[in-house]
Design a protein around this ligand. Structure first.
Ligand code: GLN
Length: 288
């Protein structure tokens, strides 16, 4: 038997992470934990806490240990089958909401496709943030698709989930907006062997020798699945902004916009396809 405060003081990981793991073990809030430092843990609770602490000390991502991560203010279940949602991807939501809100008159119920949805965080968030949107989320991994389905259910998000290798199962469906946070890290990038990335699905992270294989496929195919004037928005790597813009231009996209993440790195590339694209010159740069 040992007290909560003693266990926390003894753990060899960051204090905030230790507290988070303990809230998970006890099924209690941070506030409860702070007020009950003198209470004793049972053998079973101590054992489970020690197990999580030691896995964390060996580098396992905190999101996989607790089983969830917050994205755009909502909690998404995550497992090692899916990429852990990241704050920079919230930017894609902001941009999608801003652009679709601007064209509400034309497309009151915009059709949106999220490619490679993983946990479902992008597609589900868009379905909830854009009332009336008809969202389809595509995912090639059956295990990820199942998780996305259960996240959609838990958050009461209306969307269609499809097992699909990018556009492969979408026949001739067309959309007003296609979004993707695809894998974009070069296969030999040493970052893949560091930190959280070691534990995440490589298929969700790495994409060919230069990291652009998936984005190339998506950009090349997107025109067949976009309405005239429809948007394509993709997240990309820290040094890929120029290459992604060039790919989009070559595929017939115009009105290219690029957005920086909170670290000031160009992270999102958005563009419009076909008719109307040339009139949508809102080349706003936000952030530093
Ligand atoms: N931004 C992530 C990272 O570098 C990668 C996410 C992705 O490949 N889509 O950690």
């Amino acid at each position: 038997m040992s007290r909560i405060d003693e266990q926390l003081a003894r753990s060899r990981i960051a204090p905030a992470e230790a507290r988070l793991l303990l809230t998970q073990v006890l099924g209690r809030s941070h506030a409860w934990l702070a007020a009950h430092g003198e209470e004793a843990l049972s053998e079973e609770q101590s054992g489970r806490f020690a197990g999580l602490v030691s896995r964390r000390a060996q580098g396992e991502p905190i999101a996989y240990l607790v089983g969830w991560r917050e994205f755009y203010g909502r909690s998404f279940a995550v497992t090692p089958e899916v990429l852990i949602p990241r704050p920079e991807t919230e930017l894609l939501v902001d941009l999608a909401v801003a652009r679709l809100a601007g064209s509400r008159g034309k497309a009151a119920a915009p059709r949106i496709l999220d490619l490679g949805t993983g946990s479902g965080c992008l597609g589900i968030t868009l379905a909830l943030e854009i009332p009336g949107a008809r969202v389809t989320a595509a995912e090639v991994s059956p295990a990820a698709l199942e998780l996305a389905r259960s996240n959609a259910r838990a958050l009461a998000a209306p969307l269609r989930l499809v097992e699909s290798d990018w556009f492969s199962a979408l026949a001739d469906a067309r959309f007003d907006l296609v979004v993707a946070n695809p894998p974009y890290i070069a296969e030999n990038d040493p970052h893949l062997r560091q930190g959280d990335l070691r534990f995440e699905p490589q298929r969700a992270l790495a994409s060919g020798a230069d990291g652009l294989a998936a984005i190339r496929r998506i950009v090349a195919r997107a025109p067949r699945h976009l309405e005239a004037g429809g948007w394509l928005m993709v997240e990309h790597g820290y040094d890929q902004a120029e290459a992604v813009a060039a790919l989009m231009r070559a595929a017939g996209f115009a009105a290219i916009e690029q957005r920086r993440d909170l670290a000031g790195i160009l992270r999102i590339c958005a563009a419009r396809f076909g008719k109307g694209a040339e009139t949508a010159l809102d080349v706003g740069a936000s952030g530093p």
